[in-house]
Each structure stands twice: as structure tokens, then as C-alpha cells.
Write a new protein. Structure first.
Length: 194
């Protein structure tokens, strides 16, 4: 919680919105706080943002019973038949958060430096298995005593060759490296006509 997942989703909407037909699904337990944040910041038109209220641990709705999220994606697809990218953002409360690959094509797991440079080496399915690990808020590292090189090294050690991006949305509000990674994923999944 508080790692910057919704802020990253907002940055990706701003950066990629002119390139792709996109929408966002947010997950909160009892509120629509994350969707409201995206709407307040006008990152997309309101009808491209859907909020799922899980009523339980967010992990359940993204991993175990993904029905509510699938329904939200289908609603967005019915409104916008040309969708090329749907971001599904979910609040995580620990390192065990993982998405069902019945719901997403790729998972981006976001941690921040405020938890300390030990977080990557603690592992957990989010850190070790996500397609991309984002270490956010690198600008705070000096203030919390986190060593970014330790985080980079430990991430590489537990991720078996999967990429890790260290970013600061304060220093780069476009999340350029993550946006480029998303572009690569879209290109890799786009079927080229023969």
C-alpha cells in the first residue's frame, strides 16, 4: 500500500493515452478512491475508468475469483470496442499479491523504497514472478536510508532475469521506462498481418 500503483497508472495513462485506445480498472476494498483519483486528475475520460469494490482482500478479486474484474473489463470493451490496452490496478498490502493470468497478460508489481532496501530480497510472488518489478520513489532513498544499488542487485538475484525498473515519478512524471516496457509488451502481442 502506498507504493504509487495508482500514480503509476495515472502516469501511464498520460504517457500512452495518445498512442493507444486504453482504459483502466481499479480495485479497492470498500471505496472507489483509486478510480476517483484518476478521474480527479483527468488522465482519461470518466467512461474509460471502472472501479471494482472487492469487499474483501484485493488479492481475492485479482487472483482467486476474478469475476468482478472480468465484468469491469467487459463493460469497458462494450463501451470502447477498439480497446488496445486495459490497465487493471489493484491495491496490494504485502509481497504476496499476484494476478491471475486469466485476468492479465502481464503483471507489473510496484514496491517503493520507503520499506527499505531489504524488500526485494524478501521475495514473495509479486517481487519474484511479476513480469516487471518497479521500485518506485527512488528520490526518497537518501531520506529513508535505502541503498538503490542493493535494491537493484537483490532484485536481479531473486527475479531470474526478469526486468526491474527503478523510478521516481517526481523526477520523471511520464514513467518513461515503464511506458516503453508496456509498448514492448503490446508490440510483442500484436499480430502483424501476413
Amino acid at each position: 500500500m502506498g507504493s504509487g500503483k495508482t500514480a503509476l497508472a495515472a502516469a501511464l495513462c498520460r504517457t500512452l493515452g495518445a498512442e493507444y485506445d486504453l482504459a483502466v480498472v481499479t480495485n479497492d476494498i470498500y471505496t472507489t478512491e483509486d478510480a476517483d483519483f484518476l478521474r480527479r486528475n483527468a488522465v482519461l475520460p470518466d467512461d474509460r475508468i471502472e472501479a471494482v469494490q472487492t469487499g474483501c482482500c484485493p488479492h481475492t478479486a485479482i487472483r482467486d475469483d476474478i469475476t468482478a474484474n472480468l465484468d469491469a473489463v467487459e463493460l469497458l470493451e462494450s463501451r470502447h470496442p477498439g480497446l488496445e490496452l486495459v490497465l487493471v490496478e489493484s491495491g496490494g498490502d504485502n509481497l504476496t499479491a499476484s494476478f491471475s493470468y486469466g485476468l492479465v497478460d502481464v503483471q507489473v508489481f510496484v514496491i517503493d523504497v520507503a520499506g527499505g532496501d531489504k524488500v526485494p530480497r524478501k521475495g514473495g510472488p509479486g517481487v519474484t514472478a511479476a513480469d516487471l518489478l518497479v521500485v518506485n520513489k527512488t528520490d526518497l532513498a537518501p531520506m529513508v536510508g535505502a541503498d538503490l544499488e542493493v535494491m537493484r542487485r537483490d532484485s536481479a538475484a531473486v527475479r531470474n532475469g526478469r526486468p526491474t525498473h527503478l523510478i521516481s515519478l517526481r523526477e520523471d512524471p511520464s514513467a518513461a521506462s515503464v511506458a516503453e516496457w508496456v509498448r514492448e509488451q503490446i508490440r510483442a502481442r500484436t499480430v502483424q498481418p501476413a
